[in-house]
Design a protein around this ligand. Structure first.
Ligand code: F6P
Length: 542
């Protein structure tokens, strides 16, 4: 449906006008209980959303919007395995991958849980053989290094989780190769011993050019060292939905771990695509990751909308995108091991909701998915925070901080926490001209210089943020955090009326690249626009 035709949408538009000029500082001053009222906790995650440009009416209208857009019906349809990915005629059931009980989840009348659990048992058994040293390479050596070759959802999720949970790693060393630029592969392999290296070729379709190009070069590297194609069986496994293509590549399908078309690539880390995670942290750790995500799914399904973490994050996002004109959203994790979280969220959010046409085929008349970006704090503070504080664009921020992690040094922790809290406070309150003046006068700076510097040293403030505090950064809490963002994206897509589970926008570039490859190799290919032809001409001469 078109959300902009709802009563709530009209009310939100009016409300946005009426709120112009109200500063967050005033809202905090007027209501000492604001932080308490606009905070909620679930699944080990505290969400403080009080530093947003909202009041009770804003929330009321946003929740009315969710109701008018039938959010509950959409949620039910997803969890129940309805074919909500309408352009591909598929159910969307990454939630079934982490379901904890035995309540059947039906797709075309068939319970998918037994199949999910059978493949998981297979991945656990395989990972245990590698981790224990029972699995041997071509010369009888144990495996010390695992290289996951995949891209997009077959790379970003596993890579991000393996990095985030490094303090829990107890298996072989993990490496991730995604870029078709050969240096990604050759640099990863530079210090590896082929006799002790295992490759996971992770690709849902097993047709992705980058992944297959890297996989072929990796196989050549191994076969050269082993002196025989037979070594492939001991050093290559595949994770895919496409057994025929896996076999065609030369990987024995007994060394293949399957999944299903109802698992979207960017939602697939919970499936066998998480094999690298299982190899790194073991089956118990992976079970915890799944359990954390299941906790959040349960919260999402049952909590009232006004206390529902994914719903709140989603509605706040819609408020900024559609009513306050913010087209980008920063995610700043303060734990270094979450350094790939922004990249993961970029695919999750932008590939899901970067759409200009609704599921009903109509073009939208309102803004949809914002640009998602970020880097770990504190590094971002010394790079791009200038623009968030004093630039012309208002960029809502999610500050994410896990309060404890194995191996943390207490003296660093204090500074880590202080920086995170200071940034959201600074963005909210800003610094007025008279405060700048008082500070400079106290230092004895001459009036003329003060006057010249005040505009530069003033911070407007009123810049919104959420703070998400995790009690710890464990497999369980990470699972909950990731499911929180997955469901946030789902809620936004549901309200915007989008199909969040296809990605036709990546196809045109793939098609054109294939023709350009033909041109570059002199094997045909069509003509292109003048710019592309000129670039081809320039490159051809090199
Ligand atoms: O091209 C985009 C995409 O299809 C993503 O959605 C997906 O995660 C990625 O490519 C990798 O696809 P595959 O796992 O099939 O190699």
């Amino acid at each position: 449906m078109n959300p902009s035709t709802t009563l709530a949408w009209a009310r939100l538009a009016e409300h946005a006008d009426s709120q112009q000029g109200i500063h967050l500082r005033e809202l905090f001053a007027a209501d000492p209980a604001r932080a308490e009222r606009f905070s909620t906790k679930a699944c080990g995650i505290l969400l403080d959303y009080s530093k947003n440009r909202i009041n009770d009416d804003t929330l009321r209208h946003l929740i009315a919007l969710a109701d008018e857009c039938d959010l509950r019906t959409h949620m039910f349809a997803m969890f129940e395995g309805c074919s909500i990915n309408t352009t591909e005629h598929r159910a969307v059931l990454h939630t079934a991958l982490r379901a904890q009980g035995n309540v059947p989840v039906l797709v075309d009348g068939q319970d998918v849980l037994p199949g999910i659990r059978a493949v998981r048992a297979q991945t656990y058994a395989f990972a245990e053989r590698v981790r224990s040293g029972e699995w041997k390479g071509f010369s009888g050596e144990t495996i010390t290094d695992v290289v996951n070759i995949g891209i997009g959802g077959s790379d970003l999720g596993p890579l991000m989780v393996c990095e985030a949970l490094k303090p829990y790693a107890s298996g072989p060393r993990l490496h991730f190769v995604s870029n078709v630029d050969s240096l990604h592969l050759t640099q990863a392999l530079a210090d590896l011993d082929p006799a002790r290296t295992l490759f996971i070729i992770a690709s849902k379709t097993f047709t992705t050019v980058e992944t297959l190009t890297n996989a072929r070069s990796a196989r050549a590297w191994l076969v050269k060292a082993a002196g025989s194609e037979a070594a492939v069986a001991k050093h290559f496994v595949a994770v895919s939905t496409n057994a025929a293509k896996v076999a065609e590549f030369g990987i024995d399908t007994t060394n293949m771990f399957g999944f299903w078309d109802w698992v979207g690539g960017r939602y697939s880390l919970w499936s066998a695509i998480g094999l690298s995670i299982i190899l790194s942290i073991g089956a118990k750790g992976f079970d915890e990751l799944l359990a954390g995500a299941a906790d959040m799914d349960q919260h999402f399904r049952t909590a009232p909308l006004a206390e529902n973490l994914p719903v709140l994050l989603a509605l706040l996002g819609i408020w900024y995108v559609d009513f306050l004109g913010c087209s980008s959203h920063a995610v700043i994790p303060y734990n270094q091991t979450l350094h790939r979280l922004p990249a993961f969220l970029q695919q999750l959010d932008m590939e899901s909701n970067g759409k200009r046409v609704r599921a009903d085929g109509e073009a939208v008349s309102y803004a949809t998915g914002p640009v998602i970006w970020g880097e770990p704090g504190t590094n971002g503070q010394h790079a791009f925070f200038q623009l968030i504080h004093q630039g012309t664009a208002v960029i809502p921020v999610d500050f994410i901080l896990a309060l404890s992690q194995p191996g943390q040094l207490p003296e660093h922790r204090v500074s880590q926490i202080a920086n995170c809290l200071a940034q959201s406070a600074a963005l909210m309150q800003g610094k007025a001209g008279d405060e700048v003046r008082a500070e400079m006068s106290a230092k004895g700076i001459p009036e003329e210089e003060i006057a010249a510097l005040i505009p530069h040293r003033t911070f407007p403030g009123n810049r919104p943020s959420n703070t998400l505090l995790l009690d710890d950064l464990s497999p369980r809490s990470l699972g909950a955090l990731l499911a929180l963002y997955e469901q946030k994206v789902f809620v936004q897509g549901s309200i915007w009326g989008l199909n969040s589970f296809d990605q036709w926008g990546v196809e045109l570039g793939k098609q054109l690249a294939s023709g350009i490859e033909q041109r570059l190799t002199g094997t045909g290919g069509p003509g292109y626009d003048a710019s592309t032809e000129a670039l081809l001409g320039y490159i051809g001469g090199k």
